[in-house]
Ligand binder design. Structure first.
Ligand SMILES: [Ca+2]
Ligand SMILES: [Ca+2]
Ligand SMILES: [Zn+2]
Length: 373
């Protein structure tokens, strides 16, 4: 049995080898990409008005709806995640989810908030169950973490384990080992899931002419200052260029051909996959504050095109470039609102007062400005 868990604090849960630059796969997958899942949700002792079964399906659909070759179906047959593990619940041969006071007979590790218990036969999963720690206080919300845990993002993470994804410690990912502000699968997460299920035997198996991934900015990432746009693209035909579009308008081509040994290893059936990186420095100050869409298009020598897009939010002071440093002042003390978030309630910038939130960003490895209000 394999156990995968999710932690609220920066305490090691799984020891991983040297960080690489992409998603990690556990190994097994579901035969033909078909997963049936029971969302009866027993053990719910802190409802707070939420329908956990519905939230569980919403979480699972974030994978199922975005991954070809992964097909989800649901039931409410009273399945219990600890069936077969705990004497009180006889084996029900279902993939189930629910709350329980411990990890089906064993104590949850320190600060573990949910666990996925998986069994496999050879390279195929046979059964997998998700247990949520009923000692925690749960609710459902998007955005930054609050005092109660967001059930749905934890469910997205655990379902990621259920379909075969391991923890990702380098790129921004819902599969990060610690809960944070990410609540949807990122492009890195989805690339991992697609890598498993686009090749599932007997279902959805194909080798598209072009595969591309936009890794940074990641989904819903806050963008400000001068940072990187990066990703990779591989093709059965030669990739000729990568073009960048913002809010639907062409901006420029992105230099292509960078070293990506990890992509070369994963997609060894594509020529030159180890030289498939693209990256470019971009000044977000060129854009207005608020939400924008970024799209990259990879063009190959036979006229094929593959597009990847992401939404991101630009945060900035009204004056995009404040040349006098004396016009920027922090007027209140900093508050640590969660282990990775610093809030500055009063920042005076060019005569106007703002609230500024700094949040740890795995992709950039620094505290980035996540909100300016
Ligand atoms: Ca699907
Ligand atoms: Ca089960
Ligand atoms: Zn985990």
């Amino acid at each position: 049995m394999l156990k995968r868990c999710l932690l609220p604090l920066t305490i090691g849960c799984l020891a991983l080898s040297t960080p690489s630059f992409a998603f990690k796969l556990i190994g097994p997958k579901w035969e033909d990409g078909n997963v049936s899942f029971d969302t009866s949700f027993p053990g719910n002792n802190n409802p707070n008005g939420f329908n956990w079964g519905t939230a569980m399906r919403e979480a699972a659909n974030k994978w199922g709806n975005q991954v070809d070759g992964l097909n989800l179906s649901y039931s409410t047959n009273g399945g219990h995640p600890c069936a077969g593990y705990v004497a009180a619940f006889p084996e029900d041969n279902q993939n189930a989810s629910g709350f329980y006071t411990d990890s089906c007979g064993e104590a949850f590790g320190t600060d573990v908030i949910a666990v996925t218990l998986s069994r496999s036969i050879g390279s195929r999963y046979s059964e997998s169950d998700i247990v949520f720690n009923s000692n925690e206080s749960w609710s459902v919300y998007d955005g930054g973490t609050r005092s109660t845990l967001d059930f749905r993002r934890v469910a997205v993470h655990e379902f990621g384990h259920l379909i075969g994804l391991d923890h990702e410690e380098t790129n921004a990912a819902i599969m990060a080992p610690f809960i944070g502000s990410i609540f949807d699968p990122t492009s890195d997460d989805l690339t991992g899931a697609r890598t498993i299920y686009s090749q599932a035997t007997g279902g959805g198996g194909n080798t598209p002419a072009i595969r591309a991934s936009l890794e940074e900015p990641s989904a819903s990432q806050a963008a400000n200052g001068v940072t990187n746009i990066r990703g990779w693209a591989v093709g059965l035909n030669t990739i000729q260029r990568i073009a960048l579009y913002i809010d639907g308008s062409y901006v420029s081509d992105i230099p292509y051909g960078g070293e990506r040994a990890d992509v070369g290893q994963t997609f060894s059936n594509y020529p030159n996959a180890s030289k498939s990186g693209f990256s470019m420095i971009y000044n977000w100050g060129n854009l207005s504050t608020g939400q924008h869409t970024m799209e990259i298009r990879a063009f190959d020598s036979s006229g094929g095109v593959e597009s990847q897009s992401t939404n991101f939010t630009v945060h900035a002071f009204d004056n995009a470039f404040i040349s006098d440093p004396n016009r920027v002042e922090i007027l209140s003390s900093a508050t640590v609102t969660d282990p990775r978030t610093i809030t500055l309630d009063q920042v005076r910038a060019d005569g106007k007062t703002y609230k500024v939130v700094l949040r740890w960003n795995t992709a950039t490895q620094k505290w980035d400005v996540a909100e300016i209000n």
